[in-house]
Every structure is written in structure tokens, then in C-alpha cells.
Design a protein around this ligand. Sequence first.
Ligand code: ADP
Ligand code: ASP
Ligand code: MG
Length: 434
Amino acid sequence: MKFGGTSVGTAQRIKDVAKLITERGRNIVVLSAMSGTTNTLEDISDYLYKHNFAGANETLNNLRHKYYDTIAELYSTDEYRNKAKEVIDERMDHIRSFNKEIFTSFDHKEILAQGELMSTAMMNLYLTECGVKSVLLPALDFMRIDKNSEPDTHYIREHLLPMLEKHANAELFITQGFICRNNYGEIDNLQRGGSDYTASLIGAAIKAEVIEIWTDIDGMHNNDPRYVEKTSPVSELHFEEAAELAYFGAKILHPTCVLPAKVNNIPVRLLNTMDPSAQGTLIYNVAPTHTIKAVAAKDNITAIKIKSGRMLLAYGFLRKVFEIFEANCTPIDMVVTSEVGVSVTVDSERNLEKIVDELKKFGTVTVDRDMVIICVVGDLEWKNRGFEAEVVNAIRDIPVRMISYGGSNYNISLLVRKEDKVRTLNLLSERLFN
Ligand code: ADP
Ligand code: ASP
Ligand code: MG
């Protein structure tokens, strides 16, 4: 069971989660940092990097007060309030110890890890105060990524299982989402939003019956509720559909989190901490049936077009183009080709200048910035009739830069301008779901 930042964002929420997890039996519970904490730790790191120690201290003091207030409300005895304060003070002092001449990326990652260390320690103390036999599993002792930043599933399993065996009497296990160690044993993380990934990696390691992602909404909605008003939860999704949606911007799920569940065939449930009886979304390997299920959007996309007379009848042209992206460590999201050119999209401009420079050897290069991928997901198997027409019809007044269909049985992707994003999402909802 994984609970996100808002689910543990206040003393009351922590109490609610504690009640929920104690009622549901012996589980491994993964917690994020309290909401806002990781962003604040980012701010503090930024001040430290810029040698603004006063800024770092002030931000840290504000954070400490937030935790003190939570502690005052959460625990009912001074004994536990003092224990919790001791933990928080220790973490805060540790962060403060980075006030030094050189601030490295390792220091940054260590600071980011403090949020999950604090939330889990507080929950564990609260459960103990309530008389629950809860055990804190230090994620830094079993969660590990390899030299390619991929999870080391063998290591995770080999280190997690003995910990569980050691605590045969435990009623509940609490552990940190997001944080891990890398190949060199340094503190690292699974990227922002990565607590979902922790949960599915643990689920896979212990061959769990189900992986539950508890958040602040009643499951995966059929469109992004931040931009579209009348969205509703989707009751079932295939692993592939969920993966497409997560990758293309449905923030409720971290993109990488589907794979370990899919590989081990473990169902994932998206559930609402604020409304635990709501049905939510079940993600598993059921084939989707004759419906379009949901729409998502991925921001900050750049489109690159390479037009070349030489592409005509040439083999090996695409390989040369793709090799340039590979050599510059830049993944491609969308691809469309024609007889005279190819357009691709990337979500990072980090090596763009170099890529464009090298692509110019092969043709005329055009770059369109500030684009958005709109991803429509559902049963889009090619023999079904009419679904792609519905999608295109819905957005007939929107200028579309690229369309990609047929790459999988589950999606159509459209590339539009950033300023057309909200309108496109709304038009699709109106036509497809309302
Ligand atoms: P947590 O802190 O629990 O990990 P997140 O903020 O990462 O929660 O994810 C939940 C949020 O995702 C929701 O509050 C919602 O605003 C956003 N979201 C974006 N797209 C969707 C979608 N298609 N369905 C549900 N929620 C979505
Ligand atoms: N606390 C981390 C973040 O804010 C990880 C997570 O919440 O999933 O990104
Ligand atoms: Mg999240």
C-alpha cells in the first residue's frame, strides 16, 4: 500500500491513514514525504548550491515549524511528542550540516531523501503509540539502482525478504518511497513522484497479491482533472493502457511503476485515501473492449523535422537519424515519416543544439518548441472502425503538428501547440466521454 504526499500531508491525514492501514491487516506500507516537503527540500538545496546560507536556514526553520505543529497535534503523549521531535531535529540538523563551501549533487540527493525519512518515522511512532506492532524498514538498506539507474531487482529481493522474515511478529511494515541507493552505495532516488515505483518494486519483490496506490482522487480519471471539469474515474485499465497514460502525463501514476507489476502480473489498484470505499481503478491484464478510455497530455515537447531529398528510396536513412539521438542520450517519444522526411519529438532540450547540428548533415532541419503530446488511450486495435475518426473529428478546429497511430493497439498520439492543450483536452472529453 502506497500513500502519497497529500495522504500524509497533515496530522489528521496521518491519523486517517494509520486507521486505514491497521484495519487492513499485515501489509507493507510505502509513504511519500508530507506534501510540499520535497519541493521545500529542493528550495533549500538551491539556496545551499548558491551559497545563500541565510535563505537555506530560513526555509529550513519554516519547515521545522510545520513539523513541530504536526507533532503537537498528532501524538497524545509528551513521551511520543519528544521522541518525534528528536527524530525531526536530527534530520533538520543533518540538513543544516550541508552549510559548506562545496555543495555537490550527492549532497542534494541526500537532502531530498530527508522528507520520506521524516514521514515514515513519524507514522511509525504514531502507530507504536497506538499500540500497533509496526516495524520501520529502512529503504536505504534494500532499495537499489544499478549503474544504468535501473532497479537492481535481485538486490532488492535478496535484502528485503530477510528483513521481513526477521520480524515475524510485526503487524505492519512501514517504509520510505522514492529513496534508494545507487550502484556506488550513495543515497539516490527514483525521480520525482517515484514512491509509486517503490511500491511496485516491493510488490514485485514479495510477489504481492495486489499493489495499492492510495492518493487524493478516486482512481485514474478519463481526462486530466486539472484542466477538464467533468472527468470521471475509469474502473478498469489494461497494464499497457495505464503505462501509456502515465507516460503521457497522467500524474496520478509514475510512468515506470506499471512495468514491475505487469511483468509479475500483479494487479494495481488506484484508491482514494479521502474516500476509501470508492471503487477506484483496477489495472491488470484484461483486454480493453471497444471503448476509448482516457486522455492525457505531456508538456514541454519539442518537435524536430528532418527533410531530405536523399530519403527518397534510401535505406539506412532512419538508422542514421536515430543514431544521432542515441549518441546524444535523448529518447524519442513520437515518430512520423513521409517519403521525404521524418518528424520526431523529444521531451528534453538538453542536447538539442548538438542533435540539430548533426542532423543537418542529412537534410533541412526545423524545430518546433512548446508543443504538447495529447495521448488518447483505449481499444484502438486497427480493425475496430471509427475510433480514430472520432478523435480527429473532435479536434477538427485545432492545428495538429503530428499524428501517430498504429504503434500499439492502445493509443493515438497527437502533437499540438501548448496554447491549444486545454481546449484540445476539453474537446476530446466532450466528444468521447460526455
Ligand atoms: P500523490 O502525492 O498521492 O502521489 P499525485 O499528485 O502524484 O499524488 O497524483 C494525484 C494527482 O494526479 C491528482 O490529484 C490529479 O490532480 C492528478 N491527475 C492528473 N491526471 C489525472 C488523471 N487522469 N486521473 C486522476 N488524477 C490525475
Ligand atoms: N516525495 C517525492 C516527490 O515529491 C516522491 C513522491 O512523492 O512520490 O516527488
Ligand atoms: Mg505521485
